[in-house]
Design a protein around this ligand. Structure first.
Ligand code: GLN
Length: 480
């Protein structure tokens, strides 16, 4: 299957009709129904929009950078007059009265949104098994998880049900499923992409980001969705570079760091070998490589699960049965209404997070947990700042193992949390990182490599990622 970049070009040149493409993609979505990647598919609307775009093209109107492309959106990002469920019973019937900024930008660039993808409830999880609508399956091996929480979006790309997809990444939710499904995914710098219209999980960590089949596709999509937004005061008015242009620049000026702490026990042998093969090739190509130390990595999971749950407990207080979605029936008084609505409306993992978060914020524990975690977070950030004074990019694995089996970690939350060990630091530090598929295990499961860069250095990730993809690992490009 062609990349989004190529398909856009072909569309603009009149090589296919979007109305036909929509039928093909809808057929593929139907054929892969068992993967459970989508929560809603907008078949009729997509047909209508395709006809409109085809007509505009026939009239010779100029078309935006996403014209001809079919896009899937994670179901925690709102689209006006459409359901946004967050894969939760509590929001099952919630219709948004407004568009997320990223959705507006997609529509302005003439993209076509085909549907909303499945996720772990409120983006809490690493396998897309915590969904009220059932687990999503990995197209490479349907007995395995696609990763999470943006599992549906990763699968939509891997199985050719969309050209581009949006996810959100609070602790790895774009990069980890991208690694498990063998696609490219970016966690942009905190403040690079507007969060307006993203249902909040942990606001100081959340960031919307793109999935695609190639680095070029992800670069193209990032350029569209990035930028300051007056409706999200945490966005930063740094200029958005022309990322596609940047890709043309030779990346050999970039110094690469290898942090030891990301290659210790617990890392799968095949993943380690695959990553060091790429590192060796980079040396042969003349890149400068350095060993880097990031000793605070040991504290990352503990810190993340305190900060994230604290913010989640506060953000999710708004689901009280009064303002949004589901409300329990047959209750006697207000107290019982709150109690039953939240007991029946949230799933197990979400409740666990709310309880953990409430605990670490409560009087007497706040200093010992939340405040301490904030201090450690700051130290982790300082450690990254120091590393990025020495090197431009860090290379690590994205995940400690390839995709695991459905059900394997469901009863053991700690094991599930540990699958984020290499990704959460990036969110704590607010920097950017890319997952790049580089190889397959003997069993055929995708292996992902993570490239990290300092704040607003997405161009560097794309330049190096594009080089590795084109020059060193061309056989891993996804062809569903
Ligand atoms: N797996 C992590 C968690 O459960 C990250 C999720 C995410 O990035 N949204 O919190």
């Amino acid at each position: 299957m062609d990349s989004a970049r190529v398909r856009h070009q072909q569309y603009v040149e009149g090589k296919f009709r979007l109305a036909d493409a929509v039928e093909d993609y809808l057929e593929r979505i139907e054929a892969h129904k068992d993967l459970n990647a989508f929560i809603q598919v907008y078949a009729d609307e997509a047909r209508e929009r395709a006809r409109e775009l085809d007509a505009r093209r026939e009239r010779g109107e100029s078309l935006g950078d996403l014209a001809g492309l079919i896009i899937a959106v994670k179901d925690n990002i709102v689209i006006k007059d459409h359901l946004t469920t967050c894969a939760s019973h509590i929001l099952e019937n919630f219709v948004s009265p407004y568009h997320a900024t990223v959705v507006e930008k997609i529509l302005q660039a003439d993209g076509l949104i085909i549907g909303k993808t499945n996720l772990d409830e409120f983006a809490m999880g690493s396998s897309t098994e915590n969904s009220y609508f059932g687990a999503t399956r990995n197209p490479v091996d349907p007995e395995r998880v696609p990763g999470g929480s943006s599992g549906g979006s990763a699968v939509a790309i891997a199985a050719g049900m969309a050209d581009l997809a949006l996810g959100s990444d609070t602790g790895g939710s774009i990069r980890q499923p991208a690694a498990f499904c063998g696609v490219v995914g970016l966690k942009p710098t905190y403040g690079r992409v507007s969060r307006y219209g993203l249902v909040a999980y942990a606001s100081s960590l959340d960031q919307i980001g793109p999935f695609g089949r190639t680095v070029e596709d992800v670069a193209l999509f990032t350029r569209i969705i990035a930028g300051a937004d007056e409706r999200d005061s945490t966005t930063v008015p740094t200029e958005v570079p022309d990322y596609l242009q940047e890709l043309q620049r030779d990346p050999r000026d970039l110094t690469i760091g290898i942090p030891q702490e990301y290659f210790q026990e617990g890392l799968d042998g095949e993943i380690r070998t695959a990553i060091f093969q790429v590192i060796d090739r980079l040396k042969e190509e003349g890149f400068t490589l350095k060993e880097i130390r990031l000793p605070l990595t040991d504290y990352a999971i503990a810190t993340y699960y305190i900060v994230a749950t604290a913010e989640a407990s506060s953000n999710l207080a708004r689901y009280d049965g009064v303002r949004y979605g589901f409300r329990a029936e047959g209750v006697e008084d207000l107290q019982e209404m709150y109690f039953r609505t939240r007991s029946e409306g949230f799933g197990t993992e979400v409740k666990r997070r709310i309880m953990l978060g409430t605990y670490v914020l409560s009087a007497g524990y706040y200093e010992a947990y939340y405040k301490k975690a904030q201090q450690v977070r700051r130290m982790i950030k300082d450690e990254f700042d120091a590393a990025f004074r020495e090197v431009d990019i860090l290379i690590t694995p994205t995940t400690p193992t390839p995709a695991f089996r459905l059900g394997e970690k469901l009863d053991d939350p700690l094991q599930m949390y540990l699958s984020d060990i290499y990704t959460v630091t990036v969110n704590l530090a607010g920097i950017c990182a890319l997952n790049l598929p580089i190889a397959r295990t003997q069993q055929g499961l995708p292996i992902g490599m993570q490239l990290m860069a300092g704040m607003f250095r997405e161009s560097d990730l794309f330049r190096l990622g594009h080089f590795i993809e084109r020059q060193l690992t061309p056989s891993t490009q996804q062809v569903p």
